[in-house]
Ligand binder design. Sequence first.
Ligand code: S3P
Length: 206
Amino acid sequence: MSNKGHKKNSEYKKGPHIVLIGFMGSGKTSIGRCLSYKLKRAFYDTDKMIEEREGKTISDIFAENGEKYFRELETQTLREIREDKIGRIYSLGGGTPVSLQNQPLIKTIGTVVYLRIKPEEVWERLKGDTTRPLLQCDDPLAKIQSLMQLRSPAYERCADIIIDTGSKDRDNVIEEILRKLEALGWEIPPESFLNASKSDNTENIE
Ligand code: S3P
């Protein structure tokens, strides 16, 4: 992990939340729901928070107000989360960590878990998806590859924990996250490790 030219994560006073970051399709929402069940903490998806507040879908926000406006809403949402003192699990949109303004905010909100995935795996999961405005283009795979190349350093800079998710099933991803949280000093109830991915819903990763 390269921190060159940036403050090390250890220099940031961490808030009480678990923050999931990663590219579109990396499984932030389904892993977040599972962790919520395991750790008995509420789960929030910032895209959903933005949609509820604006009263329209992300696609409509992009189409009607533009991407810049959406990015401002992301920053505003991070600022609000920073004021939330009850430990929760937050999943961020795939583009949120890119902004230099957002990175210190993300690091101070809590322990950041980066779900890393390869472009081809994203493509496999999101082929046919119509809800991600950035992928509604002639060559979505090429777009995924170029965005991933641009964004990976930002994800790595924000991360306290990195998990390679693509080829693993949800059980393994959850177990690895719990072990790494424990290694960072989090108290994880021993029963959380049983049936690692059990949750109160049966959705697959993305
Ligand atoms: C985006 C990712 C999406 C959503 C928006 C933009 C991005 O969230 O915020 O479509 O820039 O990568 P998910 O990562 O939850 O799909």
